[in-house]
Design a protein around this ligand. Structure first.
Ligand SMILES: Cc1cc2nc3c(=O)[nH]c(=O)nc-3n(C[C@H](O)[C@H](O)[C@H](O)COP(=O)(O)O)c2cc1C
Ligand code: SF4
Length: 488
């Protein structure tokens, strides 16, 4: 394990947590007590509107998480339906995206990603109905008497760009030639570059799927701009000539055009953006297996010139453009799960193709929370959802409440914790203690499994995955990876 990380389970009381934060030189807001119906249970009124449709019942959001478990045609399976039902019944009143939905089959990140094609159109109706029915029947729907009136649901629209793998092997479509990432995905020539005309056409795909999402009942779509996928990669395409590169106006043109097209095609639909508000250089394991930055001249979006730290100047300018374009919800995230996962989803145990954390994962959590707080200060009217809370484990409710109470974000987004312990929001709002056996310990199996072609899920904790045949295969893969690492 990395030189610096200390397991969260060893930080037993407030004194120990404070001492650890001090030793790391970071701060996190932490409340001592989380009462029933406290700040996290308070409704949020979107855009100050009085309409009940825009009232979101509490401050928990489910973050989008795909399961690599759709059919090869991009259609739901029972596992996928189960995940959406669990998101619906979690108690969170904002469901951000469900999971990444590719607007065209060639833009899938894996051959089992949900995607748009003529046969799959009705599936969005089914998924939305399943999610809302589960919500209505849950404690947060039934007992509060609000049903689904204060539930806001969104669909995340994506094109995987550089990380497209529609048939399983890399089929990258890139915004610009990257000095480090090209080699990682096998780009050797300009043939992989998306032309301006292809980007123009893609805008229409976003609008078409948004219209369908609105008909299926979703309250908003997320025009995804994070994690190294196309919408994000374009934001740092400084060297790209033409309308979609160069200055910030050019680099954000695709995003702004997609948003404008969505609004024109589906006028009643709200628009959100999930944005990697900062990025760092790609990382790779060093000789001791600990992650090290692979530096280059390329400046990551939201990173400083060294590529090792955050600089939000351009991010603030971009968000101002997005607000002008009509975006009313922003979900903050960072980096990419492919090339700097420690910054995107802080974890004690890295995925099999990753590297040992170069910093205590608490530092990664604090970096995202602080950057989100800073953006929220700039845009008090914008509904802001934060991410990267799962690593906090037993401390999650205390930090989440303090963040919301202090205006560091309007919503607390939950990713991995929703796979291991989907009822956490309901328990927290009711003032019940956390169910410790369900707490995500950041084992990263939900990332390791799909990296090896298996469905994603919480194999260590969720009984449904524990008993699947893939669990054995995953254990074998991890054993092999460990022995390979020991022998090198
Ligand atoms: C298995 C898995 C699948 C994910 N899929 C998506 C996705 O489809 N879209 C997205 O924006 N983020 C995706 N993420 C990132 C999460 O939404 C979230 O940002 C990340 O896990 C950090 O939050 P956490 O600390 O609560 O887990 C995924 C994460 C995991 C673990
Ligand atoms: S596999 Fe389960 S415990 Fe591990 S990171 Fe994913 S959700 Fe958390």
């Amino acid at each position: 394990m990395t030189r610096q990380a200390v397991k969260m389970t060893r930080l037993r009381g407030r004194d120990q947590l404070d001492a650890r934060l001090e030793a790391l030189g970071i701060t996190l807001p932490v409340d001592d007590a989380v009462p029933a119906n406290g700040p996290l249970a308070q409704p949020y009124v979107l855009g100050g509107a009085s309409s009940s449709e825009r009232r979101i019942g509490n401050r928990f959001a489910v973050l989008p998480m795909e399961g690599w478990d759709a059919t090869p045609e991009g259609r739901p399976t029972d596992l996928l339906r189960r995940r959406w039902q669990r998101f619906g019944s979690s108690g969170a009143k904002l469901v951000w995206g469900g999971e990444a939905y590719a607007v065209q089959p060639t833009g899938r990140a894996n051959p089992n990603q949900l995607c748009s094609n003529p046969e799959s159109e009705r599936d969005l109706f089914e998924l939305h109905d399943l999610l809302t029915a589960a919500h209505a029947a849950s404690e947060s729907g039934e007992e509060t008497g609000t049903g689904t009136r204060d539930l806001l649901t969104g669909l995340q629209l994506t094109h995987s760009g550089r990380f497209s793998r529609p048939q399983g092997s890399p089929a990258p479509r890139i915004a610009f030639r990257h000095p480090v990432l090209d080699a990682r995905v096998g780009v050797t020539s300009d043939a992989a570059l998306l032309s301006d005309g292809e980007l123009d056409d893609l805008v229409g795909d976003y609008a078409r799927v948004a219209k369908l999402a609105a008909r299926a009942g979703f309250g908003f779509v997320d025009v995804k701009a994070c994690h190294g996928y196309l919408g994000h990669e374009l934001l740092s395409a400084r060297e790209r000539p033409g309308p979609y590169g160069g200055d910030l106006a050019g680099r954000s043109r695709f995003l702004r055009r997609a948003i404008a097209a969505v609004r024109a095609e589906a006028p009643g639909l709200l628009v959100g953006v999930r944005l990697s508000i900062f990025d760092l250089h790609p990382y790779a394991p060093g000789d001791d297996g600990v992650g090290e930055a692979v530096t280059s001249d390329h400046r990551p979006f939201g990173g400083n010139t060294s590529g090792r730290d955050v600089d939000l100047e351009e991010t603030v300018a971009l968000v101002a453009l997005l607000v002008d374009a009509g975006v009313s919800l922003l979900c903050t995230t960072a980096g990419s799960p492919y090339y700097n996962p420690h910054c995107q989803r802080p974890a004690f145990y890295p995925p099999s193709d990753g590297y040992r954390p170069p910093e205590d994962p608490l530092v990664g959590v604090a970096r995202q929370l602080e950057a989100t707080r800073s953006l929220k200060q700039h845009f008090p009217e914008l509904a802001v959802v934060g991410s990267a809370y799962s690593y906090l484990q037993e401390w999650l409710p205390n930090v989440a409440q303090a963040v919301v109470r202090n205006g560091g974000a309007d919503f607390v987004g939950l990713g991995r914790m929703m796979l291991s312990y989907p009822d956490l929001p309901t328990d927290v709002i009711a003032g019940r203690p956390l169910q410790k056996p369900l707490v995500c310990r950041t084992f990263s199996d939900c990332t390791t499994a799909p990296r090896n072609g298996l469905v994603s899920g919480c194999y260590p904790i969720d009984p449904e995955y524990k008993r699947r045949p893939e669990a054995k295969r995953l254990a074998e893969i991890k054993r092999l990876a460990d022995s390979e690492k020991r022998s090198t």
